[in-house]
Ligand binder design. Structure first.
Ligand SMILES: [Zn+2]
Length: 408
């Protein structure tokens, strides 16, 4: 098999989990992995050299929250009508070529699916892993666990038998359903629960039964599989912390709009529970004043020592694969995070949180999932939108620098 080494030269490289900048450094890639990093790293004799002067090389971005199955819609567009469905189904059957392209073009080389049809998303992950499909690596939760009157059964009409949900009728069934996902030769990377009482002014929803929730978390943890929770209000949060979930997703007006209860905030931080606030979707669908307050709350979570993760919720209305995560990173800086911390929230922090330590940092031995952007994203996050080159598993999957030279 031909697998020439690649050397990225002349760029500033953001090295390690803390994205420490090393000027004029070399990254050497071979057999899909980073083999050496540093200003003096020797370039192997037959390596293909990519001169990236003026660029910054960072680890491929990780989107901690996407939905791969949902059709993409723009701002103000509703769900696709019957005429658009044929295209949506065709894309689904071809494993979302536009989304895969969208992720890679924006430097997103890992995406975490938090609620998709289980058999389909396993198939998708397999094809993305073995190179049959060009796209980001996938981490998957498979279906989401919810109550008979919970989201998305009561909200968008998911039927309890659909493969993207599990609606256990009691703790024993919950255990069996979780065990089927977290054991075997193709286990999920995490388990997702929906524990959300909804918005009483609009529609109240049924949260998980406490015994069912406890059984799900316990069974997942028996296999060292983390549990992520979609939550709504502060009672949901309190019960989720009590049940021992590992990751919180979303930050809603019905939650801590008026402030965090100190005991819940300290408890979450003490236990290392991460928060993926999905600010891009809040910005897209909510009112600006509420969105601004929620960003403050996310900032308070970080100030208290909590870990924020960047997740776009791509697949929700007007949040697109790839560009949605870049917006999320910008919004994390609007919460008060320095650009470097916001980038950690979109690289090494989600990799660590999801146990995916083969990605998320430019370190020898990790996967050569790399992005070169023009400029310095630590000074100006706008640089993230000037993607020059993207490598996924040591393969160049985006190369705009070459194209630019050719058209000049
Ligand atoms: Zn979601």
């Amino acid at each position: 098999m031909k697998d020439h080494a690649i050397a990225l030269t002349g760029a500033t490289v953001l090295v390690g989990e803390d994205l420490e900048p090393h000027g004029d450094a070399v990254v050497v890639v071979g057999h899909g992995r980073v083999t050496a990093v540093g200003p003096g790293a020797p370039v192997p004799p037959r390596a293909r050299v990519l001169d990236l002067a003026g660029h910054t090389v960072l680890p491929g971005l990780v989107d901690a929250h996407v939905h791969l199955g949902a059709p993409e819609t723009g701002r103000g567009e509703g769900p696709p009508g019957p005429l658009a469905r044929a295209g949506a189904v065709a894309d689904w059957l071809r494993f979302q070529p536009r989304k895969r392209r969208g992720f890679l073009r924006h430097g997103v080389t890992t995406a975490c699916s938090l609620g998709d049809e289980n058999a389909w998303v396993h198939d998708f992950r397999r094809r993305a892993a073995d190179g049959t499909l060009t796209g980001p690596r996938l981490l998957i939760a498979g279906p989401l666990f919810t109550a008979p009157g919970g989201h998305p059964v009561a909200t968008v009409g998911a039927a309890p038998g659909d493969d993207w949900v599990r609606v256990p009728r009691g703790p024993d069934e919950a255990r069996a359903q979780v065990a089927a996902l977290v054991t075997g030769k193709d286990p999920v990377d995490l388990v997702k629960v929906v524990h959300d009482r909804g918005d009483p002014r609009r529609r109240s929803l049924e949260p998980l039964d406490p015994g069912v929730l406890a059984a799900i978390v316990d069974e997942a943890h028996l296999q060292d599989t983390p549990v992520a929770a979609h939550w709504g209000n502060l009672t949901d949060l309190e019960e989720l912390l009590e049940a021992g979930v590992d990751h919180l997703h979303h930050l809603e007006a019905r939650g801590p709009l008026d402030g965090w209860p100190q005991d819940l905030l300290s408890e979450a931080v003490r236990r290392g529970v991460t928060l993926t606030p999905t600010l891009a979707v809040t910005e897209a669908v909510g009112d600006p004043r509420t969105a601004a307050v929620l960003r403050e709350r996310a900032g308070e979570f970080a100030d208290a020592g909590g870990t924020l993760l960047a997740g776009s919720d791509a697949g929700m209305p007007s949040v697109r694969a790839g560009s949605g995560l870049l917006r999320e990173i910008e919004l994390l800086t609007a919460c008060g995070l320095a650009p470097r911390r916001a980038l950690v929230a979109a690289t090494s922090a989600p990799a660590r949180a999801l146990g995916a330590l083969h990605v998320g940092a430019v370190v020898p031995g990790r996967a050569a999932d790399l992005v070169a952007v023009r400029g310095d994203p630590l000074a100006d996050l706008g640089a993230l939108r000037r993607v020059g080159v993207v490598l996924r598993g040591g393969r160049v999957v985006v190369d705009r620098i070459r194209n630019r030279k050719r058209t000049r």
